[in-house]
Design a protein around this ligand. Sequence first.
Ligand code: ZN
Ligand code: ZN
Length: 143
Amino acid sequence: MLQETEFIRILRKNQHKITPQRLGLIRYVCSNPGHFTAEEAYRNLKKSEPTITLATVYNILKIFTKAGILNTFESNGSRWFETNSALHVNFICENCGSIEDYEASDITPILKKIKESGGTFVSGTILVRGYCRNCAKAIERDH
Ligand SMILES: [Zn+2]
Ligand SMILES: [Zn+2]
């Protein structure tokens, strides 16, 4: 898998060892391209790595986020992670909690400004709240 190899390469470049637990988490995030919480990753990883703890999963997620292979954001009291580390819009449904990605090509000028200031961009997200198409339809029906 291309993404898996790429993540391993990035971690090695950042002087991180590829332990079985870290590899397990890499495989999980590669097979789960959407948005997930540490608890979800933990429940899934426990099947193949029974000795893993939630604290370890948090730790690994922190390493992955710092290395730029995961993006993280907070919504409704939960911390979310995703492999889409490009700057994009996360559209969060206030009713069912679904999260959808939208490309944000219009914010390229912001990245350019960061670069011009001498800074570097790692990952980030813009949160937009509303109702997804299903919930919007259901709400319309109820009125
Ligand atoms: Zn919804
Ligand atoms: Zn996203």
